[in-house]
Design a protein around this ligand. Structure first.
Ligand SMILES: *Cc1c(COP(=O)(O)O)cnc(C)c1O
Length: 427
C-alpha cells in the first residue's frame, strides 16, 4: 500500500510550519496519529487528499452552522468578489452587519468588527479597562479567550492562582492583572470579586464553556457574576465567540436571560471567513477610537467578503434552525445514552443544542478540574475508531463537537452506529 497523501503532506508540513499546522489542535497531538489534509467539503461532509470522506463534527471549530460550501453563501461571496475584496474605507455592508448583530443581541448597542475572536477579546478587555479605569480581570480555568498574552493564564485545580503564565514567551508582567477562578465555583468567585472590589475591571467568561469540552453553568453561577460585578462596578464580558448565533440568535445570554455589559463574537458571524466582533453598552463602546480614547484599529476589519458571508449566514438563521439543531442534538444524545448504558461505559454525554462532548469520565464535568479527570487515552482510541468509520470528531477530549444544519437524522443514526462499534472496541 502506498503512503497516504495526508502523511506525505504532513511530513513536508512539519519541515515548513511549526508542528506542521497553523493552529495547534489540528495536529492531532492529543489523539496521536497523522492529521488528515482536507481537499474539499460539501454539506455535512469533507474529503481528505486521499479521497476519504468524513462526516464532519468540527465545522471549522464552529463557524459552519450551515455545513460546508452552502450555495447561498458562496453565491453572495462571488457577487461581492466581483466588486473588490477590500477598500479601507467604510461600506454599507458594515452598517448592515452592525444592525444585524445589534438586532439579534439586545445587550449590544454598538459593535466593532475585527478579524478574529482573539482580537475581539483583546479589544473588549482594553475598553473594559479604559472605561472603568481599573486593571484587574478575572477569567476562569479552562475557558479560552484566544491567545492574547494576558489571557494565557489558568488556575491550578483547586486553589485560585494569581497570574502564572500558561505559555512560554508570556511574562509575569503581562499576566499579573489576570486572576484565574474556577468555573461554577459560586462562593469562591463571589468572594474573589468582593476582595478585588474597585480594582476589578472585568469578569470574562464563556457563559457556556466549550473549550474544556462542553460544560454547563450551575444554576445561579452566571446570575452571581451579574450581581457581583454590578455591585463592584466591574464589567461582565460574555465571550460568545463560540456560542453566538449557535444556540439562539441572541447567543447564550438570550437562552439564560442575563445581560452582560460586553460581548465578543466570532466564528459564525464570519460565515467561514476570518472575523471577530466586540460590542455592548453604548456608553462603554463610545470609549473606542475614534469616538473615544481607547485605541483599536484594523486594516482588514469589516472586510467586505467576510461581512457578506457573515451576513447571509446569520440572516439565514431563524427559530426553525435552532429547533432543528436541538432535535438533531437530542436524537444524538438519546442514542449515545442508550449505547453507554448498553455497553456499561462510564462516560458523560454533555450537550447544549448542537454542541456536545463525550467525556470519558465517570462523573459529570462541571469545571476544568473535573474535565482533567477524563481518560484522554480512551478518548484518543474512540476518536481514531470513529475516524476509521468516516466520522471526524474534534481531535481532543477538551473540545466541543458541532452539528450543522446540513446534518440529517440519517447522519446522526450513522454516527450512532459508528459510535456503538467504536465504543465496543474499547471495552
Ligand atoms: C475560538 C474562540 C476564541 C478565539 O477566536 P479566534 O478566532 O480563534 O481567535 C475566543 N473565545 C472563544 C470562546 C472561542 O471559542
Amino acid at each position: 500500500m502506498s503512503t497516504p497523501i495526508s502523511t506525505l503532506l504532513f511530513a513536508e508540513a512539519q519541515t515548513l510550519l511549526p508542528g506542521g499546522v497553523n493552529s495547534p489542535v489540528r495536529a492531532f497531538n492529543s489523539v496521536g496519529g497523522t492529521p488528515r489534509f482536507i481537499s474539499h467539503g460539501q454539506g455535512a461532509y469533507f474529503w481528505d487528499e486521499d479521497g476519504n470522506r468524513y462526516l464532519d463534527y468540527v465545522g471549522s471549530w464552529g463557524p459552519l452552522i450551515h455545513g460546508h460550501a452552502p450555495a447561498f453563501v458562496h453565491d453572495a461571496v462571488r457577487a461581492q468578489l466581483d466588486k473588490g475584496t477590500s477598500y479601507g474605507a467604510p461600506t454599507r455592508l458594515e452598517v448592515e452587519m452592525a444592525r444585524a448583530v445589534i438586532e439579534a443581541v439586545p445587550s449590544i448597542e454598538m459593535v466593532r468588527m475585527v478579524n478574529s475572536g482573539t482580537e475581539a477579546v483583546m479589544g473588549a478587555l482594553r475598553v473594559a479597562r479604559g472605561f472603568t479605569g481599573r486593571r484587574k480581570i478575572i477569567k476562569f480555568a479552562g475557558c479560552y479567550h484566544g491567545h492574547a498574552d494576558g489571557l494565557l493564564v489558568q488556575a491550578g485545580s483547586g486553589a485560585l492562582t494569581l497570574g502564572i503564565p500558561d505559555s512560554a514567551g508570556v511574562t509575569p508582567a503581562q499576566t499579573q492583572d489576570t486572576i484565574s477562578a474556577n468555573y461554577n465555583d459560586i462562593e469562591g468567585t463571589r468572594a474573589l470579586i468582593r476582595e478585588l472590589g474597585h480594582e476589578l475591571a472585568c469578569v470574562a467568561v464563556e457563559p457556556l464553556p466549550a473549550n474544556m469540552g462542553l460544560v454547563k453553568p450551575k444554576a445561579g453561577f452566571l446570575e452571581m457574576l451579574r450581581e457581583e460585578t454590578e455591585q463592584t462596578g466591574a464589567l461582565l464580558l460574555f465571550d460568545e465567540v463560540m456560542t453566538g448565533f449557535r444556540l439562539a440568535k441572541g447567543g447564550f445570554q438570550e437562552v439564560v436571560g442575563i445581560t452582560p455589559d460586553l460581548t465578543t463574537l466570532g466564528k459564525i458571524i464570519g460565515g467561514g471567513f476570518p472575523v471577530g466582533a466586540y460590542g455592548g453598552r453604548r456608553d462603554i463602546m463610545s470609549c473606542v477610537a475614534p469616538a473615544g480614547p481607547v485605541y483599536q484599529a484594523g486594516t482588514l476589519s469589516g472586510n467586505p467578503i467576510a461581512m457578506t458571508a457573515g451576513l447571509v449566514t446569520i440572516n439565514a438563521l431563524n427559530a426553525d434552525s435552532y429547533a432543528r439543531l436541538e432535535a438533531l442534538g437530542a436524537r444524538l444524545e438519546k442514542g449515545f445514552e442508550r449505547i453507554l448504558s448498553d455497553l456499561r461505559i462510564e462516560a458523560q454525554f454533555q450537550r447544549w443544542g448542537s454542541m456536545w462532548t463525550l467525556f470519558f469520565n465517570p462523573n459529570p464535568v462541571e469545571s476544568f478540574a473535573d474535565a482533567k479527570q477524563s481518560d484522554t487515552k480512551k478518548f484518543g482510541q474512540f476518536f481514531h475508531a470513529m475516524l476509521e468509520r468516516g466520522v471526524y470528531l474534534p481531535p481532543a477530549q477538551f473540545e466541543a463537537a458541532f452539528l450543522s444544519l446540513a446534518h440529517t437524522e440519517d447522519e446522526v443514526d450513522m454516527t450512532l452506529q459508528a459510535a456503538r462499534e467504536s465504543l465496543e472496541t474499547l471495552t
